[in-house]
Design a protein around this ligand. Structure first.
Ligand code: GAR
Length: 219
């Protein structure tokens, strides 16, 4: 399968990367991952890339005089491989201008909260500590802010009284693994149009862009 050329940036475990690989392998997503770039030499995402013979690369942020230079290097590597869409999959850095300018409205991120609530680190814990009843996850295009770009898909889950950060994260993660490949699929089908801060899903079916799951107990 060829389709859309993806470049994935990751810092850790890479379960979202795996969810995307699984959809490609199952031929439900017409895309090819050209490269997985990590900023952490121990990122398990690299092992996942190796398992599927996907090109991978560690770029050490400390090897650059500035963050802009680091992101310039990433943009160069992605361009070299003909990447169409950049996927941040647990990439724990704020993307800087050189990468954003190289891929305008062509970088996606997943965040474990319903943005604009609880941006930044530990979105799941922030929602639990705040006492939110509903939280979830968001796939959005990336701009220069922290988790501020136009929203593509959101999915909601209840926060249960007995939840810990781990149980809530696990419930959210299951939906992350559904909405990220779905957002990429919509992009691959040419159905996402960014209008200001809104993303229009063309050929909209009522369910596009929303997932609410699981139902509350007893419902
Ligand atoms: C995911 O929960 C993702 O939403 C979150 O990191 C985790 C990465 O997991 N991202 C952020 O918090 C970004 N602000 P993964 O490495 O298993 O995909």
């Amino acid at each position: 399968m060829a389709g859309l050329s993806l470049g994935v940036l990751a810092s850790g475990r890479g379960s979202n990367l795996q969810a995307i690989i699984d959809e490609i392998e199952a031929e439900r997503l017409d895309a090819t991952i050209r490269i997985v770039i990590v900023d952490n030499p121990d990122a398990y995402a690299t092992e996942r890339a190796k398992r599927y013979s996907i090109g991978h690369m560690y770029i050490d942020p400390k090897g650059f005089i500035s963050r802009d230079e680091f992101f310039k290097k990433i943009a160069e590597e992605l361009k070299l491989r003909g990447v169409d869409l950049v996927i941040l999959a647990g990439f724990m850095r704020i993307v800087r201008k050189p990468l954003i300018d190289a891929f305008p409205n062509r970088i996606m991120n997943i965040h474990p909260a319903l943005l604009p609530s609880f941006p930044g680190l530990h979105g799941q814990k922030q929602a639990g500590d705040y006492g939110a009843r509903i939280t979830g996850c968001t796939v959005h295009f990336v701009d220069e802010g922290m988790d501020t770009g136009p929203v593509i898909i959101q999915a909601a889950v209840p926060v249960m009284p007995e939840d810990t950060e781990d149980t809530l994260s696990e419930r959210i993660l299951k939906l992350e693994h559904r909405i990220y490949p779905e957002a990429i699929r919509l992009y691959a089908e040419g159905r996402l149009k960014v209008e200001g801060r809104k993303v229009k899903v063309e050929g909209n079916r009522p369910q596009d862009g929303y997932i609410v799951n699981p139902p509350l107990r007893g419902a």
